[in-house]
Write a protein that binds this ligand. Structure first.
Ligand code: GAL
Length: 439
């Protein structure tokens, strides 16, 4: 089942929560788009001036390095004298940044462009509420309708119009490990929950924290919930959670939450005061053996020059790609829209994506990037993206509406402290009802 034929099961229908089957992530090589210039971006305006404010939560080593690579390319792609303001609000997963962004957008003070996850986060928060400009002309000019996979085009669009430009595809379900630590304890990288729990017992007996977690921002714990649900239920039943087809109150979900509770019992005691990248430091220095985190951790390892890292899909998720994407759009009444448009051209261009993604730990959203520019992990991720079953990330805005995710985040926060599976499952079941997806 896990190695089912390529099918792309990202949840795309935003308002009505209908499961949509993606087109091929590989794109259609036979179709011709507009011929790009050598820069990969076409028709760039000349003589741009003024300020361009780019808003994101990319502040850690690999995140900042990727963003800087785009900034460095901007003057070449967008001639003139634009001054870029790097407006960041720190905090993995972006919860704090989204709060600041919401205040600004609602107060009529939008940045030029901002980082936003494709799917529900983009559409429910900013598109259906009429805060964004459609980007049909830009997509047509740049030939992007032939360059991005159909499933990606679907999920950045509303009523047939694209509203943001995807710069990457991230994978959330990766177990990263310290190779030396596992080898020294005669442990093979765990593929199943049974493997994981056996490895964790061995590591604990050796005085090593089996699983590093840094959930000072709740996304890290919610992401552990999501990867455990995927690994326990499989792709189809996980997808059914977001359409009402899988029963949140059922025994299979209970078993998944039991797995999560057991996973949490193997984490570092100070997890609630660490960030995701501080948790990775525990793995890097050998105090912990493993961590489950999205592949922005690959970029963290690159930035920290840590080369002793191995990876496998998180327990039970081989053959499944838990996906999310960072995108940028054009807010209505954005200052300096010409400079923003050129930023968006860069973000969607081949050169831009080939510069950004190797540093950011993500694969291109485009289908034509040169794989030789990417490290071994990212090359394997790009292969998996083309062949795995694709499911939407909960923690990163793709699977559920922002309000539903907020309710799940609150339930997760309580669960990591009280560890009460029954109460947790009840809250999760209620959240689905409150989201009008379950009855
Ligand atoms: C995700 C985002 C990634 C990475 C991560 C940690 O939400 O999509 O690009 O930045 O948070 O901050």
């Amino acid at each position: 089942m896990l190695f089912a034929r390529p099918k792309f099961l990202f949840i795309a229908a935003i308002a009505v929560m209908v499961l949509t089957v993606f087109g091929s992530a590989c794109g259609d090589d036979d179709e011709e788009g507009e011929t790009p210039t050598p820069s990969g971006a076409t028709g760039t305006p000349a003589g741009l001036t003024g300020e361009l404010e780019i808003f994101s939560w990319w502040t850690t080593g690999g995140e900042a390095a990727g963003l800087q690579a785009l900034y460095d390319l901007y003057p070449g792609v967008c001639p003139g004298d634009v001054e870029i303001t790097n407006a960041t609000v720190a905090g993995g997963g972006g919860a704090q940044a989204r709060q600041v962004l919401t205040t600004r957008m609602q107060g009529g003070d939008p940045p030029g462009s901002f980082q936003v996850h494709m799917g529900h986060e983009l559409i429910d928060t900013w598109v259906t509420t009429d805060y964004m400009e459609p980007l049909d002309d830009l997509y047509a000019e740049e030939g992007w309708n032939d360059i991005f996979p159909q499933g990606v085009l679907d999920i950045v669009s509303f009523e047939g119009h694209p509203y943001s430009v995807p710069v990457n595809i991230h994978r959330a379900n990766v177990l990263w490990y310290n190779k030396t630590v596992l080898e020294a304890n005669n442990i093979d990288p765990p593929e199943s929950f049974d493997d994981f729990f056996a490895a964790a017992d061995t590591l604990e007996a050796a005085g090593i924290t089996p699983l590093a977690l840094g959930d000072v921002e709740v996304f890290a714990a919610t992401q552990l919930l999501e990867t455990t649900l995927i690994g326990s239920l499989g792709a189809d039943d996980y997808n059914g959670l977001w359409t009402g087809e899988t029963d949140w109150a059922g025994d299979d979900v209970t078993a998944a939450l039991d797995n999560l509770k057991r996973m949490l019992s193997y984490t570092n005691d100070d997890h609630s005061s660490l960030t995701w990248d501080q948790a990775n430091d525990l793995v890097i220095n050998g105090d912990a053996a493993m961590t489950i985190m999205g592949d922005w951790l690959d970029a963290d390892n690159t930035a920290k020059e840590f080369t002793d890292s191995g990876w496998v899909p998180s327990p039970g998720t081989s053959g499944i790609y838990d996906a999310l994407s960072d995108t940028f759009g054009l807010p209505k009444d954005a200052p300096n829209p010409d400079a923003v448009n050129c930023w968006l051209k860069l973000v969607g261009s081949k050169d831009g994506q080939e510069a950004f993604n190797p540093l950011k730990g993500s694969v291109c959203a485009r289908t034509d990037c040169d794989s030789s520019l990417f490290d071994e992990y990212l090359q394997s991720a790009a292969d998996d993206w083309k062949s795995d079953a694709i499911v939407p990330s909960l923690a990163h805005g793709a699977a559920a509406s922002p309000a539903w995710l907020g309710e799940i985040n609150d339930a997760v926060t309580a669960f990591v402290t009280d560890e009460d599976v029954g109460t947790f499952q009840g809250r999760l079941a209620d959240a689905c009802v409150n989201a009008d997806v379950c009855q």
